[in-house]
Ligand binder design. Structure first.
Ligand SMILES: *[C@@H]1O[C@H](CO)[C@@H](O)[C@H](O)[C@H]1NC(C)=O
Ligand SMILES: *[C@@H]1O[C@H](CO)[C@@H](O)[C@H](O)[C@H]1NC(C)=O
Ligand SMILES: *[C@@H]1O[C@H](CO)[C@@H](O)[C@H](O)[C@H]1NC(C)=O
Ligand SMILES: *[C@@H]1O[C@H](CO)[C@@H](O)[C@H](O)[C@H]1NC(C)=O
Ligand SMILES: *[C@@H]1O[C@H](CO)[C@@H](O)[C@H](O)[C@H]1NC(C)=O
Ligand SMILES: *[C@@H]1O[C@H](CO)[C@@H](O)[C@H](O)[C@H]1NC(C)=O
Ligand SMILES: *[C@@H]1O[C@H](CO)[C@@H](O)[C@H](O)[C@H]1NC(C)=O
Length: 519
């Protein structure tokens, strides 16, 4: 059965079925019931690594939003830098590639860009001065902050940057960068308008893919992806292999379907409607997971950050807007028997998202869910933080008990913790022991008789050990199933499938089909 229902019909179908089926499968009050879910990662919220080919057709695809660029002047031999990280002039005396020498792209179209600096300003012409000096002072980029990147077609690492006044940027001296170089170039080391460019980081999320294709092509590309990447057969496979639920990451823009704000495109809501139809048919439960909140709650591509910034939760407006998304989604699906839980936000990052702001949102989001559904569980993701405080490496839950004071008053609340085990200096056995000893101790520590239910909403049987054998992975998967099987709400594998040959173990479908995981 394909896409057959309009929104209104879907509503009534859910109401009729919830009445008819409430005796057969609806929400189970059985306390021994545990979720075994497949996450539908990379479907309605893009993550490039899950399906790299989704980006193949983007013109000039090296330059997407959030791409981090460094520019070394060929004449001066040093890096372009926002002096002090931003707020003043741009110089060419950087001796290292620290944050001040990194420029993050905002893509206007395939040739034109804004460049965002460390302190979040955009570089532009000094319109209050002589009109040709380059400064990093604007907080709201406009035409004076719009640049063209011109690449040397014979050596893609050599570029020139064309300013809005029609001239090229040049490093006149280490301390003077101006937009007043005119004319052609031989791309030689003697041309002060030529820079060696390094790509220091890339992002491949929903913002990048939709803005990369642009308003003409993106709707067609995304709708094709949504209707082919996850289909009814996937639900059949899930139900037929010992799983009982799907956790579906969604983005905030879905609530303004069919006309979400640019660059997002409409149609993902229809795909979610289909998921409810299929879940009903195969008797699977659905956890709707707000994976991407407006402004991004963690700066990762998987929360649709534009350039790595985390701006969610900084204002009350933004929190209200997010509550409205939860309200919309719960209202739409509350009568569907498959709706099992609503996860208010995925992986808010500490300390950028403060506990106070998060609590405020969780309370309001909980009320929004309860307005429409007395029974849906309300899942609250634990804040995450880097395991190694010196950088943004692998993440782990921050102390999930920080949510206990809040959840104690909220019936039907669940805390979600994500357990990725990615310590490269551990052997296979140490990784297995880590799960059996440390993860199980962590779970015990947050499991209390009167407290919230606990959900290990994301885990994967991938070892950071290149020589791991099939048997190693089987043991690693089994250990995790046993330990996370103790989680009082259940667990979810990240993710159902990948179309990436280098990341096969992240595909639960592949792991089941190839005998690595048995349920
Ligand atoms: C890197 O360069 C910045 C300025 O460009 C400077 O402030 C900082 O001290 C340098 N760091 C190192 C480790 O050299
Ligand atoms: C890209 O944007 C610039 C600035 O808005 C505009 O002048 C130019 O025509 C656009 N180019 C394309 C290919 O759309
Ligand atoms: C770079 O130039 C600026 C402007 O003159 C100066 O303030 C700064 O100290 C210089 N930085 C280095 C690393 O030389
Ligand atoms: C709330 O608590 C009551 C009784 O304590 C229970 O019957 C009901 O199922 C709970 N609701 C949820 C959503 O868990
Ligand atoms: C990674 O494993 C090594 C070796 O067991 C250990 O010393 C280190 O603390 C671990 N790192 C983290 C971040 O857990
Ligand atoms: C895991 O737990 C063991 C035993 O409690 C402890 O010695 C070890 O430091 C823990 N490892 C990590 C990486 O936290
Ligand atoms: C499961 O939880 C129980 C009770 O907290 C504990 O005794 C047991 O060791 C746990 N099992 C695993 C595999 O962690």
């Amino acid at each position: 059965m394909a896409i057959l229902f309009s929104t209104k019909q879907l509503f009534s179908i859910c109401i009729i079925l919830s009445f008819m089926l409430s005796f057969s499968y609806g929400r189970s009050p059985n306390p021994a019931f545990r979720i075994k879910a497949a996450n539908l990662g990379g479907w309605l919220v893009t993550e490039g690594w899950i399906k790299p080919s989704l980006f193949d057709g983007i013109p000039n695809k090296d330059f997407l939003d959030g791409t981090q660029l460094q520019f070394k002047s060929v004449t001066v031999g040093k890096y372009l830098c926002a002096e002090n990280g931003g707020g003043t002039i741009v110089v060419a005396n950087g001796t290292n590639t620290s944050g001040w020498a990194i420029f993050k792209l905002w893509r206007i179209n395939e040739t034109n860009f804004h460049f965002r600096v460390f302190n979040k300003q955009f570089i532009g012409l000094d319109t209050n001065g002589n009109g040709i000096d380059i400064v990093a002072e604007s907080n709201t980029p406009g035409s004076s902050e719009t640049f063209e990147i011109v690449r040397n077609s014979n050596d893609l690492s050599r570029v020139r940057i064309k300013a809005p006044n029609g001239f090229f940027l040049q490093a006149k001296t280490e301390e003077l960068v101006t937009a007043d170089y005119e004319g052609a170039t031989s791309w030689g080391d003697d041309d002060p308008s030529v820079f060696e460019m390094t790509i220091a980081g890339r992002m491949q999320g929903e913002f990048q893919v939709t803005n990369g294709y642009g308003p003409q092509k993106a709707p067609q590309v995304m709708r094709k992806h949504w209707s082919t990447y996850i289909v009814e057969d996937d639900f059949k496979f899930i139900a037929g292999n010992g799983l009982n639920a799907v956790r579906i990451p969604v983005g905030w823009w879905m609530a303004s379907d069919p006309t979400p704000p640019a660059p997002y495109v409409g149609g993902s809501l229809q795909a979610l409607d289909n998921a409810f139809t299929w879940a009903r048919k195969y008797e699977l439960k659905i956890i709707i997971d707000l994976h991407a909140a407006p402004g991004s709650q963690n700066g990762f591509e998987h929360s649709s950050s534009r350039d790595g910034s985390q701006e969610w939760g900084l204002t009350d407006d933004n929190i209200q807007q997010t509550v409205a998304v939860i309200d919309f989604l719960t209202a739409r699906y509350a009568s569907c028997p498959s709706l099992y839980a609503v996860e208010l936000i995925n992986e808010p990052l500490s300390p950028g998202v403060s506990l106070e702001r998060l609590n405020k949102y969780y309370k309001a989001g909980y009320d929004a869910v309860r307005n429409h559904s007395p029974t849906a569980y309300v899942v609250m993701s634990s804040r995450i933080e880097p395991i190694d405080p010196s950088g943004l490496g692998p993440m782990d839950p921050r102390d999930p008990r920080e949510l206990f004071p809040l959840t104690s008053d909220l019936n039907g609340s669940v805390i979600d913790v994500h357990y990725y085990n990615s310590n490269k200096s551990m052997t296979v056995q140490q990784n297995i022991d880590f799960v059996c000893t440390n993860r199980s101790a962590q779970l015990n520590q947050i499991t209390t008789p009167d407290g919230p239910l606990i959900f290990v909403g994301e885990w994967v049987a991938e070892l950071p050990v290149p020589e791991a054998s099939k048997e190693d992975l089987q043991r690693f998967a089994k250990a995790q199933q046993e330990v996370y099987g103790n989680a009082t709400f259940g667990w979810g594998y990240w993710t159902l499938k990948t179309l990436n040959n280098e990341r096969k173990h992240w595909s639960l479908e592949w792991m089941i089909e190839n005998g690595y995981i048995k349920l």
